[in-house]
Design a protein around this ligand. Structure first.
Ligand code: GLA
Ligand code: ZN
Length: 689
């Protein structure tokens, strides 16, 4: 692998579409001038440029791209070179309609939009192979090309006959015999037993959705197909002789793909971040917490520094309300990514297009074409700060805490019927995530964010052995091996926090024939007999046995019986008043807490503060109490530790420390960290050598 520049200096730049301006050499020239002025050192080129690269079948036009890459390089700007497979030219759709995607209604799409192609079509795969290989042959060894950007935001699925056949092959490989599949999918229910693999259809619009194992396997298949396509593109690049690392831009918590499965294909993870700043300007914490957790999730795909591939200067054109970022927020939002492990700040998009659907999407350069805008100045300020932070690139985030967020568990929870089905008294209360798994994970996460305790967000396939604390909310589905992993983790001295609605089904969504949580009852020292669900306007209360403190509980209330666990808090009302609501059990050298109902962020704050104290969890800033809306992260290597403190308030704050730190950018050595509104500072802690 040929790593150039990456991990030596922070990248600053973004999606650049010279292919829209080939008849405007003056604009292309101006771009270079403005890029230099805004400290851009990386441009992502060619993302949707297929029509310019192959205007007619078999006629390749790479001359313009060569000029662009050369020109950028001669001006000190590196190229992140994209494969153009995110959208295809019309001749391809006309000559070979099989490339177009088929929907769950079995209707084939017309030409239009993007991401509108079948990942199985042999013709499409061949065309992508040829294109990628040629790009690699032509530019893969260019000293200006530092990274491959494979396709763009993989997503969606195709139900064409070819994809259906692949799905059946996938199932054959997974189950071997139709009897085994019938058993794992429990198809005797409603007489849905299959006689052979050939009869199986994916969950079509008017087809089968009641066999949950089928739906779940289809979602897994879609991930595997997409990963396979991404790998196909990578192999084409390698076949063309380029050894430069590859990435693809992911979309955070996007529910359609299990991103952890991209781990082995990608050399570096990258993602596109578009937070909804200023939904509540009085308190940006919620938005900041969501963005923070998503960065942590994306970092954990590779457990290495990642790249912020897209973010918006100004504002997008697709948020429900397109609020501009207030002065200062662009800098904070950009560098927040760096705090969480990004080695870049890149944008969509460099220059606004004149027409089509994204003409009003934020860009570094607007339709005025000048540097004379607030947005441009704020972008340039980020670029100039990134230049001063090369040593941050050489550090990594190494949290002692992990929270499990598992896509397959999420899919199983989404389709599970029971408890909360969305609706209730307020029908709009739970759009898209009826069991509120995502928000629950964020609620747990928020407590650590407030304390400045770094967190990894991992899935069940990750290694837990290096953490002190693992939080596993709503582990409804237990994928293969997870029970053993969690047991070993606690046995060896780890602390586990588990909750209600854990250990119900195996990885094919087949219920365990046991009380919940399956295989973990001795670890938690209890079992769950039944679980109650509350309407959105109903609550229960947990009273802590020691302090007498009370917390509101909602949504789901587990009724458990303890064996060896101590009861730390009890329900105060309903027929389970007096039953345990929070317990602690010692197991092996470790301990396991069990929370019986969904609590609020007030509870998580107090609860995890005590655990942090008890386990001496590492904080980014030791012994500092962080004001509301302020957090800190830690990046380190063997020689140094860099704390990154962030103020999400619209007012200035001061954070006082016990030990002085040195500001990397200004050299100031101080125990009193002053942060302006939306301020962020990179602080070198005392040498640890
Ligand atoms: C995504 C895409 C970009 C662009 C932006 C707009 O991230 O990758 O091409 O459409 O959204 O925000
Ligand atoms: Zn298809």
């Amino acid at each position: 692998m040929e790593w150039r520049i990456l991990n030596e200096q922070m990248l600053h730049g973004g999606d650049y579409n010279p292919d829209q301006w080939l008849d405007r050499p003056d604009i292309l020239e101006k771009d270079i001038e403005l890029m230099k002025q805004s400290h851009v050192n990386a441009a992502s080129v060619g993302i949707f440029a297929w029509a310019a690269l192959e205007p007619e079948e078999g006629r390749y036009e790479f001359g313009w791209l060569e000029k662009v890459i050369d020109n950028l390089y001669n001006n000190g700007i590196y190229t992140v070179l994209a494969t153009p497979s995110g959208a295809r030219p019309i001749w391809m759709a006309k000559n070979h309609p099989e490339v177009l995607r088929v929907g769950p209604d079995l209707v084939r799409n017309q030409f239009g939009g993007r991401h509108n192609h079948c990942y199985t079509s042999p013709y499409y795969r061949q065309k992508v192979w040829d294109m990628d290989k040629k790009l690699s042959e032509n530019f893969g060894k260019h000293p200006g090309v530092i990274l491959w950007h494979i396709s763009n935001e993989f997503g969606g699925e195709c139900y064409c006959p070819l994809c259906q056949q692949e799905f059946r092959n996938w199932l054959r490989r997974k189950y071997g015999t139709i009897e085994k599949l019938n058993h794992q999918w429990w198809t005797a229910f409603w007489s849905h037993t299959y006689n052979s693999f050939d009869q199986i259809e994916p969950p079509l619009m008017r087809g089968e959705h009641s066999v949950h194992g089928l739906v779940l396997d289809w979602q897994r298949f879609v991930t595997d197909r997409t990963v396979d396509f991404c790998d196909w593109e990578k192999q084409a690049i390698r076949a063309g002789g380029s050894d430069v690392p590859v990435t693809t831009n992911l979309m955070g918590f996007y529910n359609g793909l299990n991103y952890f499965k991209f781990r082995d294909v990608l050399d570096i993870a990258s993602w596109d971040n578009y937070p909804f700043w200023h939904t509540n300007p009085e308190d940006e914490s919620d938005v900041a917490i969501t963005a923070a957790a998503t960065h942590d999730l994306m970092r954990c795909i590779k457990q290495e520094p990642f790249l912020l591939m897209e973010s918006v200067p100004g504002v997008t054109n697709w948020h429900p309300v397109c609020r501009m970022k207030k002065p200062g927020m662009h800098e904070l939002s950009s560098l927040q990514a760096v705090a969480h492990g990004s080695n870049s700040v890149q944008y969509f998009q460099w220059r606004k297009s004149r027409g089509s659907s994204e003409k009003f999407h934020g860009a570094v350069v607007g339709h005025d074409g000048t540097a004379n805008t607030r947005v441009f100045r704020e972008v340039a300020a980020v670029g100039s700060r990134l230049k001063k932070l090369p040593e941050v690139c050489k550090t990594v985030n190494q949290p002692e805490v992990a929270i499990i967020y598992d896509w397959e568990n999420r899919w199983a929870l989404d389709q599970m019927q029971g408890l909360l089905n969305g609706g209730g008294l307020d029908v709009k209360s739970r759009p898209g995530d009826p069991k509120q798994y995502g928000p629950t994970v964020l609620d747990h996460y928020s407590a650590f964010w407030r304390m400045g305790i770094p967190v990894d967000i991992i899935d069940m396939s990750c290694d837990f052995s290096n953490y002190k604390l693992v939080v596993a909310p709503m582990l409804y589905m237990q994928r293969e091996g997870i029970v053993e992993k969690l047991r070993t983790f606690v046995e060896k001295g780890g602390t586990l926090v588990g909750t209600y609605w854990s250990g119900l089904v195996n990885e094919n969504d087949l219920c365990f024939q046991s009380f919940a949580p399956y295989g973990m009852q001795d670890v938690f020292g209890l079992y769950s007999e039944e679980i109650d669900a509350l309407y959105p306007n109903q609550t229960n209360t947990m009273k802590m046995n020691g302090s007498g403190e009370e917390y509101t509980l909602r949504d789901m209330c587990d009724v458990v019986h303890v064996s060896t666990a101590q009861v730390l808090g009890t329900y105060q009302s309903d027929y389970y008043a007096g039953y345990p609501a929070l317990t602690l059990n010692y197991f092996g050298f470790g301990q396991a807490y069990y929370l019986c109902a969904r609590a609020g962020r007030d509870f998580y704050k107090d609860f995890y503060e005590e655990i942090a104290e008890d386990l001496q969890l590492e904080k980014a800033l030791d012994n500092a109490s962080l004001p509301e809306g302020v957090t800190a992260n830690l990046r380190k290597n063997e020689e140094e530790e860099i704390a990154i403190v962030q103020n999400f308030n619209a007012h200035p704050v001061t954070v006082s420390l016990e030990n002085a730190v040195t500001d990397i950018e200004t050299g100031e050595y101080t125990t009193h960290i002053q942060l302006p509104p939306y301020g962020i500072r990179f602080l070198l802690k005392e040498d640890i050598m």
